[in-house]
Design a protein around this ligand. Sequence first.
Ligand SMILES: [Zn+2]
Length: 79
Amino acid sequence: MSEETCQFCGRPAIKTSKGYSLCRYHILAYESLETGFKTWRERMGEMVWTNYLRRVSELPDTGEWVKDIARAELQKLES
Ligand SMILES: [Zn+2]
């Protein structure tokens, strides 16, 4: 378990969250993805998580770390 690595970038994983092994950078990315979702919903009204993820993964100004998470989450939901 101590040898666990981040499934996105191979850096040492700090923790496992919702089935992902995440390094410190991808933990931050995950948190900003969730924060962004809340903000988006407050602004736009109802927003479905899947649609949000799709939007985010296509926006040019989304950080690569965040896109990694968004794409993985989409894959998980669509499989
Ligand atoms: Zn990582």
